[in-house]
Write a protein that binds this ligand. Structure first.
Ligand SMILES: NC(=O)c1ccc[n+]([C@@H]2O[C@H](COP(=O)([O-])OP(=O)(O)OC[C@H]3O[C@@H](n4cnc5c(N)ncnc54)[C@H](O)[C@@H]3O)[C@@H](O)[C@H]2O)c1
Length: 257
């Protein structure tokens, strides 16, 4: 294979859940840059439409679709709207999550509805979206699914950490189940991301940043753009042999031996 083709996604169709802003929006533009058609699937349809319009304005092929990842019906509608727009689905980025509006409780005193709210988006969401796209990927001879994890999943990170660690388990199980159909399922676990949500979960001027930085061997934090290379690796021919892995992109904060 020509090395230039390793990251080429010309003609591929990608769905980015939670693609209306933040990391998802950056992922969506990167996928467009390497040739994919992109569906911005988000519960915030106005923001999703704005993002899709911006991409279209840059000459890319993008559409916005309303998606609530907690609903199987909504996930099925996302899949059929994508197929209607672009003919099928090759790539699913399970990026949507509850990250900033977390319940103000520890696990030992958390009301069940709060537990359900976070797990429904962060864990059930990726499962339902995967279930919705598997048929189309299978028909097209395979696909790629990338789950958005977090360094918080590999430490005592409360309900958010539990949801992301469970998503790592889901990633491995789906990879085992779908690998035979040519569908690779992997995860990306970013560390401290320099964006709006990252600053809500740990304020820019928090003294805790310096304490954390001292424990991270490499770069302490990075912008969403620092995640693009790993995401494209997992979606492109370059990553054909990678399956069932969660790749940490965090300066070496998390090292799983
Ligand atoms: N920002 C960080 O510091 C950081 C660090 C590690 C991991 N992550 C992970 O990266 C991903 C993206 O983070 P971000 O910073 O862009 O967050 P964000 O809050 O900016 O974006 C999340 C998006 O998901 C959408 N969303 C929320 N609930 C939804 C639902 N039920 N159905 C569909 N869409 C829904 C929101 O509308 C929003 O557009 C998340 O999975 C997050 O856990 C973020």
């Amino acid at each position: 294979m020509d090395v230039k083709e390793l990251f080429d996604l010309t003609g591929k169709v990608a769905v980015v859940t939670g693609g209306a802003g933040g990391i998802g929006e950056v992922y969506a533009e990167a996928l467009c840059d390497v040739g994919a058609c992109v569906v911005i699937a988000d519960v915030n349809i106005d923001a999703a439409q704005h993002t899709a319009d911006t991409l279209e304005g840059k000459g890319f092929q993008a559409v916005a679709v309303h998606l609530d990842v907690t609903s199987a019906d909504s996930a099925a509608q996302m899949a059929s709207a994508t197929t209607e727009a672009f003919g099928g689905i090759d790539i699913l980025i399970n990026n949507a999550a509850v990250m900033t509006n977390l319940p103000p409780y520890g696990l030992s005193n958390m009301p069940v509805p709060d537990w359900d709210r976070v797990l429904n988006v962060n864990l059930r969401g990726p499962l339902l979206c995967t279930q919705a796209v598997v048929e189309s990927m299978t028909e097209r001879g395979g696909g790629r699914i990338v789950n958005g994890l977090s360094a918080g999943g590999f430490m005592p990170g409360g309900i958010y950490g539990v949801s992301k660690y469970a998503l790592h388990g889901l990633t491995c199980n789906l990879a085992a189940e779908l690998g035979g159909r040519g569908i690779n399922v992997n995860g990306i676990a970013p560390g401290l991301v320099d964006n709006e949500s990252g600053y809500v979960s740990l304020p820019k001027d928090s003294p805790f940043r310096e304490i954390l930085g001292a424990q991270i061997p490499g770069k302490t934090s990075g912008p969403p753009a620092d995640l693009i290379g790993t995401m494209l690796l997992l979606c492109s021919p370059a990553g054909e042999w990678i399956n069932g892995q969660t790749i940490s992109v965090d300066g070496g904060w998390i090292m799983r031996l």
